[in-house]
Design a protein around this ligand. Structure first.
Ligand SMILES: [Zn+2]
Length: 375
């Protein structure tokens, strides 16, 4: 993919792409403050207005700082260091549990998710598309998230206090899902609105604290597992332990053989099954979790005469090259949805995986099956 057009502004024309690109942490905090103080001017949607200040507080309170400050400051500082809200409980194993916060009608626990919510407060410009808006702003989402990370210098400093940052799990994928709604009547279809939501795959938590083998099909840590289960539950059917009445936790298309694979010889099938169990992942793990939740379960108000959906995903790994210099924002490598997300799109939400493929793949007809290189 190559972006040949200029990037459209965000937040109701109040944030220019190049400016956002050059922001340091102080600038970002100042901008978040500006949005809190002038929601109307920054195009904050009505449904988010009551949550903006909370989102700001949850982001700022989680900002890493020296543990010595902890006594004087209300800021949250877990040890081992993490970018998630959690409660200590020495009776349980792992000895803590998530302490999620309610943002409008959803439970949110982690820094990347809160920053994703912040980025999604205003509508996109009505002529926004993958190339001129969603992909480049997804790069900024990750760039800003990284600004909230502890610096190397700070890491060295916390070493004296025997805080180990190494076990921190980073997200492996970032995603933006959008919904374009045309409002009005058949005679007058002029009011178009594009809402979007950005999110990250599971991450921000310390994931090497208590290795274990007995839990689950693969040797994942209980803490990671409990976070993924929390995210699975967000996607689950109302009051049910299932996704779309079909998959329970630790069951997923990525763990299962396809109809074609089931026809293979027994030995080959066994091998494939083992590989998938080892390399697959659960519903809830993906960056699409909050974006799908927000875009597909909040359908908006008013008379609509047309709804279109779309999405774009980029790996933080691919972002490294993109972020190395400004001009590179034009060439991010877009990743198609995994099998779990394709299942959600096609079978649960009926939105069509083809709307979420990278532009050059989308152009071919009919759309090829989506590969699943990562979560
Ligand atoms: Zn996925």
């Amino acid at each position: 993919m190559s972006i040949s057009v200029d990037v459209l502004d965000a937040f109701n024309g109040k944030l220019f792409f190049k400016t956002a690109w050059e922001y340091n942490l102080e600038d970002v905090e100042k901008f978040i403050d500006d949005v809190v103080n002038d929601m109307q001017g920054h195009g904050v949607q009505e449904k988010w207005k009551s949550a903006v200040k909370e989102i700001q507080d949850y982001i700022i309170n989680m900002k890493p700082r020296h543990p010595d400050e902890a006594a004087q400051s209300p800021r949250y500082y877990p040890n081992p260091p993490q970018y998630v809200y959690r409660k200590e409980d020495t009776e349980t194993d792992p000895p803590y549990e998530l302490d999620p916060k309610t943002v409008t009608n959803h439970q949110v626990y982690g820094m990347y998710d809160f920053i994703g919510f912040f980025f999604s407060l205003a509508c996109a410009p009505t002529d926004a598309d993958t190339e001129n808006f969603f992909a480049p702003w997804l790069v900024i989402y990750w760039k800003w998230s990284k600004l909230f990370h502890v610096t190397l210098e700070e890491k060295k400093d916390t070493k004296k206090l025997s805080l180990d940052w190494k076990p921190l799990k980073l997200p492996t994928m970032l995603q933006c899902t959008w919904r374009e709604v045309t409002k009005g009547s058949k005679e007058k279809a002029d009011a178009k609105e594009i809402v979007f939501h950005m999110g990250a795959s599971v991450g921000g938590h310390a994931h090497k604290e208590k290795p274990f083998a007995e839990y689950g099909r693969v040797s994942k840590q209980k803490w990671t597992q409990s976070i993924v289960q929390f995210r699975f539950n967000l996607l689950a059917d109302l009051g049910q332990p299932t996704i779309n009445g079909e998959y329970r936790f630790m069951e997923a298309p990525l763990y299962s053989l396809t109809a074609e694979e089931k026809k293979l010889p027994e030995e080959r099938k066994e091998y494939l099954k083992k590989t998938k169990e080892k390399e697959g992942w659960d519903f809830g793990n993906c960056a699409e979790t909050y974006p799908f939740l927000e875009i597909f379960s909040n359908q908006g108000q008013g008379q609509t005469i047309g709804v279109k959906y779309g999405g774009v995903a980029i790996k933080p790994d691919a972002m490294k090259k993109v972020m190395a210099k400004y001009e590179n924002y034009k060439t991010p490598i877009i990743t198609p949805p995994c099998e779990n997300c394709s299942y959600l799109l096609d079978s649960k939400y009926g939105c069509g995986t083809f709307n979420f493929l990278p532009p050059q793949v989308e152009a071919s007809s009919p759309p090829p099956p989506a590969p699943s290189p990562s979560s």
